[in-house]
Design a protein around this ligand. Sequence first.
Ligand SMILES: [Zn+2]
Length: 178
Amino acid sequence: MNNAVCGDCGANALQAFTEIEQFDYKGHTLCAEVDYSVCSKCGAEAILPDQIRRNDCRVRDAWRKADGMLTGEEIVALRAQLGLTQQQAAQYFGGGMNAFSKYERAEVVQSAAMDKLMRLALEKQPVHVPQWLSNHAGLHIGAPKAEYGNVIPFKPKSTPLPLIPSPIAEDYQELNHG
Ligand SMILES: [Zn+2]
């Protein structure tokens, strides 16, 4: 129930409903909850701006699931495991100030590169990164040709973050599972 006014009859009688809708994505059928409103006086249906925003976020999360990417909820859990605030996460991984708030609310879908970086940060064992990236991409490539010394040296932009030590990645598998 909300207090929005019906655009058709002007009555203050819009009631909120939610239903599961199917939609196509890359040849798959996905499901997401969709919010909408019905006027209890004249029966007109409407989707209010707030409902559109929520619906869009659910659709983005369904896309992420279908693409094997971390969902908003999973990113929240990952960030908690790393002991980072949203702002620290943006510094830690890169991205704008509001990047994590947007990823977590599913306002924005993270890039595939960001998704990999986040998963990489949760690895418990020392990781051979080129190998890890090849495996995750399903590629079979040999050892990289460049020595680290040939690579442009990394220069930190700002002072290091005070990180809270955290037990890392105990339920990484679970997280991975969605
Ligand atoms: Zn109405």
